[in-house]
Design a protein around this ligand. Sequence first.
Ligand code: UDP
Length: 236
Amino acid sequence: MAKYKRILLKLSGESLMGKQHFGIDPERLSDYARQIKEVHDMGVQIGIVIGGGNIFRGLSGAGKGFDRVKGDQMGMCATVINSLALSSALGALGVKNKVLTAIRMEPIGEFYSKWKAIEAMEAGYICIFSAGTGSPYFTTDTGSSLRGIEIEADVMLKGTRVDGIYTADPEKDPTATKFTDITYDEIYTRGLKVMDLTATTMCKENNLPIYVFNMDVVGNLKRVMDGEAIGTLVHN
Ligand code: UDP
């Protein structure tokens, strides 16, 4: 039995780059698709949000002279590109899935609604929620907390390249230690960078637990669903 019945999986756009400096690494993409198929085969209902940072970020665009709102719209389009790539990789494995978009852009994806998403997940489709929230000045972290809350997910799984939340950045500070679990309030007081604060607050206020784990190790998504304590749980 899987630990969770319905999950919202957040993947960063950056990790899609794999060993590349830009764009989508086909090997990383198919590793992700295989891991997702593995838990889909367990009967888990899956919603996915994928970032766009491997292609474009509104904020860094603004630093280079782009209008912020247009830059954010470019970022949202980037998440659609990544979502289509993941959809295609899942399709190649025979996994039924739909790309839903927060901004109308048929026939690239269907326009998102909570009920459409739940109906599709109950019918065995994986739903990939693209274009974030559809609004500028937000991120895909906020997009995933929003969608996770809307679809009544049991947990938001944040797949990253580190295996959980540490007292300090483990890539910079070798003395950093990992939390098995932590409250949202501690995230604020310790100033930890887990997700952006808007997203963290939405999860706190709506009681959506976040589980941070290393998605770049093949098999880890299944380990989380098997109940192995490989990451960090954030809760109230
Ligand atoms: N974005 C936005 N509104 C949203 C979600 C995303 O404007 O609701 C834009 C924003 O410019 C962001 C970019 O899309 O920089 C890519 O998303 P994100 O940075 O969250 O991707 P990640 O860093 O996780 O790869």
